[in-house]
Design a protein around this ligand. Sequence first.
Ligand SMILES: *Cc1c(COP(=O)(O)O)cnc(C)c1O
Length: 418
Amino acid sequence: MSALSRLDPEVAGIIEHERTRQVESLEMIASENYASAAVLEATGSVFTNKYAEGYPGKRYYAGNQFSDELENLAIDRAKRLFGVDHANVQPTSGAEANMAVYQAFVNPGDTIMGMELSQGGHLTHGSPVNFSGRLYHFVPYTVDRESETIDMAVVRRLANESRPKIIVAGATAYPRAIDFAAFGEIARESGALLMVDMSHIAGLVAGGVHMSPAPYADVVTTTTHKTLRGPRGALALSKLEHADALDRGVFPGTQGGPHLHSIAAKAVAFAEALRPEFTVYAKQIVANASALAEELVSGGVRLVSGGSDNHLLLVDCNSVDISGLKAQNALQGAGIITNRNTIPYDQRSAYITSGLRMGTPALTSRGMKEDEMRRVGKWIVRVLKDPDGEGVREAVNAEVAEFARAYPVPGITDAIAV
Ligand SMILES: *Cc1c(COP(=O)(O)O)cnc(C)c1O
């Protein structure tokens, strides 16, 4: 930081403010986490300076002996972590990893099945405002109105009717376990490839607390910065028979030079996730989400599907008679950071929404457990039940800031201490 604060105090000051915000608030956005000091150090390393278009041993630039060593190490660790034949560590983001897979395995106009976006799917699973929806013919599957869980009978029927080239399983706002084995069976029956986008739950898969897609999926994509706690970036995995096509889909199909500094940090994160402590961490994320879910439900807040099997909850804000937008803003005023989200069969727009998505990965990274989740749950209920009460918001905000400061933040306060 010292070079930066000397040479560019303006940017250094903004970063300092963000650092304080991350320490003093409760980060409950389900897709966020705190990377370790080692991951941040690798991200800020001299590999930022290097171009390495191509793959290890087949680069289009000179000077890549250490890039090759680094990328091979990251690939080996990724393969070990997820028990797969092939790993491509170059995708720079989850969106680009998905683009690379479509580029590799289908042509524009081909049919792909993905989860309905307003019910938990991702933009890159066929949104009309995204490249995916513009280039490919997406057929969406939905959740059951009663159980609010994925209806595998609907998935099977749609797959047999529409004969997609790819079926995408995976979501951004789905609080329940996904049955990848069942998706695999349907994909085989209908002659589709199964692509699992495990971006949200990769850390849970690595920690053994969610079914792994590896035995069932032809291709798996994931971000590395969510439950996995790595740098911003992504990863694509596949069976050996799809390795060449996948690699060509990434480079030269959709990307130029790999981000070696991110690849260095991914390698660090994979090693962290291979340690036994990571399994303990992943279990705690899920235990924390369950404890939080119970506290909210007992406070009179309805959750979509009634609870959570993973790291996230989806609050039905109709149960406290407010919109998702209002709930998000009221909680932000109290130092609790979440995001509004549509819920299945939402009556409000995607901007206003009736839902609130929250997750426990970042709080769990700070060492919080079930007792802390119950305290956080009580604060959330207090604010949601009186979203216009300035007094309540301010009182909770003061308590939250004091509470939050007591828990070390990986990569921030634990690094300052040493
Ligand atoms: C987060 C996410 C992505 C996109 O990742 P970016 O790195 O933001 O591009 C894609 N798919 C799913 C399911 C996600 O949760």
